[in-house]
Design a protein around this ligand. Structure first.
Ligand SMILES: Cc1ncc(COP(=O)(O)O)c(C=O)c1O
Length: 386
């Protein structure tokens, strides 16, 4: 069957292919340690699970839900934004619950991009931005993030481009995969840039609570609401990746525009899950501290592993990955990742899958126990001896 033109140039998602290769190795008895994917291995808070169980046992919660989500969940998101980010959102009009923030990226592209419209996308960055822009018929213009510019967009360089076709600018801080923290000065300049060029900024903010003591929303910048919409997610902050819980925040017009597309795509979310999500959003500082204590211990192990591999990295990274440059001996991150996969049965992600600017990097996920990291370190030590 001939596939639609919109999928030309959009490959199968890297991890979906790589996981098949890892499955094959596992069938051969290799027991690969996967340090690739950022799916939290820790459970959600017990109260969250209890809420889901109790609510799911009720007879009247199983029907279709409101397209804009439960008012209880929208209020919980608004309280969360006020308490943690100092941002005021109207729960009635400025919040749209999503089935994960990943789907929100597609909704946004489908809502705003006409054939030939362009979107600025970070390189390296989350691959979904570029693929969704393409699927929606848009053109991706990559902007490079380099260690030399602290992985911040070079707005002076962007000013030199023809921006007439650009409608969207994707940004993401703490940045995945580089772990770069947000910079308020850069945020202010981004808002001014978007206003000057009539561009809508999409800030993707799923990592602000992981290994970061100061969660920041781009919406907290003065006047940002005019030009910014922000995606957020419970996947990482609350260990609920498989539940598929995300949200979009922005002014009422933007929310209604995106809802116009989204309401044609899905029919809302299971109410008990929304109520459990509201519970998760009410958790206090102890929750985040507890989760981060675990990630901090793991990060030490990953530093050890990276030292062993001779990689260079910053110790100031936020989010649930470590980003590191590969030593000269390797052509690129792919070569290092394959060497480790086939010699040590440890999978790490080559940085190139996040864009060409990541070619000389690797990314290691913190989603594994300290014991697993110890085992990975042991295996790599053995492999390096050979
Ligand atoms: C930068 C970034 N944005 C969005 C997502 C998607 O998260 P969600 O589970 O909310 O769809 C991810 C997931 O890995 C991510 O790394």
């Amino acid at each position: 069957m001939e596939i639609a033109k919109r999928l030309q140039g959009v490959g199968e998602y890297y991890f979906s292919k790589k996981l098949r290769e890892i499955d094959e190795l596992n069938k051969q008895g290799k027991k690969v340690i996967n340090l690739g994917i950022g799916s939290p291995d820790l459970p959600p808070h017990p109260e969250v699970i209890k809420t889901l169980q109790e609510e799911a046992a009720k007879p009247n919660v199983h029907g279709y839900q409101n397209y804009k989500g439960s008012p209880v969940l929208r209020k919980a998101y608004a309280d969360w934004y006020r308490n943690w980010y100092g941002v005021t959102l109207d729960p009635e009009t400025e919040i749209l619950p999503l089935i994960g923030s990943k789907e929100g990226i597609m909704h946004i592209c489908m809502t705003y991009l006409n054939e030939g419209d362009a979107a600025l996308v970070p390189n390296p960055g989350y691959p979904t931005y570029g693929s969704n822009v393409k699927i929606a018929g848009g053109i991706t213009i990559n902007y490079e993030l380099t260690a030399a510019n602290h992985y911040q967009p070079d707005l002076e360089k962007l000013e030199l481009l023809d921006l007439s076709k650009v409608k969207l600018l994707f940004v993401n801080y703490p940045q995945m995969p580089t772990g770069q923290l947000p910079d308020m000065g850069v945020f202010e300049r981004l808002v001014a840039f978007a206003k000057k060029h009539h561009i809508l900024i999409v800030h993707d903010n799923p990592y602000s609570f992981i290994l970061n003591d100061h969660p920041v929303s781009l919406l907290s910048i003065d006047g940002a609401k005019d030009v910014v919409i922000e995606l957020n997610s419970l996947s990482k902050s609350h260990n609920m990746a498989g539940w598929r819980l995300g949200m979009l925040a922005g002014v009422a017009d933007r929310i209604n525009e995106v809802l116009r597309f989204k309401s044609n795509m899905d029919s809302g979310m299971f109410l008990p899950m929304q109520l459990a999500a509201a519970k998760a959003l009410m958790l206090g500082k102890e929750w985040y501290d507890e989760v981060n204590a675990v990630y901090r211990a793991r990060r030490e192990k990953v530093h050890e592993l990276l030292n062993l591999l001779g990689c260079a990295y910053s110790r100031e990274q936020a989010g649930m990955f470590l980003w590191a440059s590969v030593p000269e001996a390797y052509k690129d991150g792919y070569e290092l990742a394959d060497a480790i996969l086939y010699k040590a049965n440890v999978f790490i992600t080559p940085g190139g899958i996040f864009g060409t600017a990541g070619d000389r990097y690797i990314r290691i996920s913190l989603c594994g126990s300290v014991e697993r990291f110890d085992e990975a370190i042991q295996r790599v030590k053995e492999a390096l001896k050979k």
